[in-house]
Write a protein of this length. Sequence first.
Length: 487
Amino acid sequence: MTGTSGKRVPGRLFLYRAFPLIRGPLVRGSLARGPLGRALLAAVLLAGFGCGVQREKPWNVLLITIDTLRADRLGCYGGMYADTPNMDRLAARGVLFANAFAAMPLTLPSHTSILTGLYPKSHGVLSHAYTLEEEKTTLAEYLKVEGYRTGAFISSHVLDNRYGIGQGFDSFWRRYNYNTEEANRIRANSGFDILTEAVGQYLAAPSEQPTFAWVHWFHPHKPYEPPKSQRLKYDHRANTNLQADKVTLEQLWKGYIDLTEEEVQSIRGLYDGEVAYTDLQVGIILDQLEASGMADRTIVILTADHGEMLYERDRYFGHDIMLYDPSIHVPLIIMAPGMADGGRIVQSTVRSVDIVPTLLAMLGIETDDAFDGRSLTPAFSGEEMSDVPVLAELYGPKPNWKTEPRHSVRFNGWKIIEEDGSDVRQLYWLADDPNEQINRAESDPEKYAEMKQLLDDVRAGSRDVSFPELSDEERKVLEALGYMGGD
């Protein structure tokens, strides 16, 4: 069976695209539970097998996204700050990409890129409260039509499925729908996370279908308030009562509070405690996969939506106004026994938009869809991958936000950052200046002009910014998370 370009497309995916009934109410709505829905789904499955597709026992897929996780906090990335033995053991058994970068340091747009293989300029979710268009296809939808059961386990309001990110998921579990006060009390006293239990129950449930689970832990996001199980180890505030809540961190940025170096390290320690706590949750799920026998046929992908500035620039703890590497350099680890394993470390520059095309290639799923990313499977066997331009952008959830839109591209060791409406030009040679401290825009105007042209070329086709009208609920959520409310 072929698509419009003549490429072979799996039968189920072809019918899914051809008939809106299959894509909409059959896959995601109540129709799937009725007689007509079951008959149509059976026809889809028979069509797929009728194309001569013969598969061995299919792979399960576990996608772990950890909000606000800096790559340099993991031991496997050389970090010496937080204990991350479980993420480290995943890297020791899989393939670690040392230089992976997010598309945007905002949770909803970045996750949309992770789940579609598209940059925000292509999928249209430019900030929080935007909604993914129905015609865009998510990873869950690709897997759904391949016969997978699909479940999402989400920790933050900004990823609510009202924003279209739930397309293709049979179930969409929300931690924030539960009694928050009670959940936080349990977490603070025992270190137990109710989301982790929900994931475990989902994985353990009997199923004749292969399983896709997307798990999102939010803990490293500010405020930095690790539970008691980690606070005793990582809370270094012996000589200060300084908190790491949203109000305090915003006052620091505005210059209302001065910090000593000891206090800076204290707040960073609280962030590390959140990272270490999240690692414990990852370990629980990995242990369950191994104990159940699922690990041998499960592809595990671990990454983050963005990193975090920890006071390196402009007195700032956060991620939502800067495109320096601490905000966009993320971990990316892929583990699949016999396919992506051996503890390999890949130095090639890669992107979060590479995840979907990589996974589809691993599963042998063909599509005519165009992605902004590329498959990383050649790197699994040690093949060196050519450098590609890496785009990162930033748009606020409303006009006149903390910053104007910003755009950056890195390529062959160079990085340019531009801000709309600003005369400030930034150019960095990362090989000698990995911390982006030496601005070469004035001293190397030819290279600046070259990188500016590359940035313009990569951004070609970008969407016009049309800010959504925020409801009172959305505004309150974004204010509580520190995304709004600044001058």
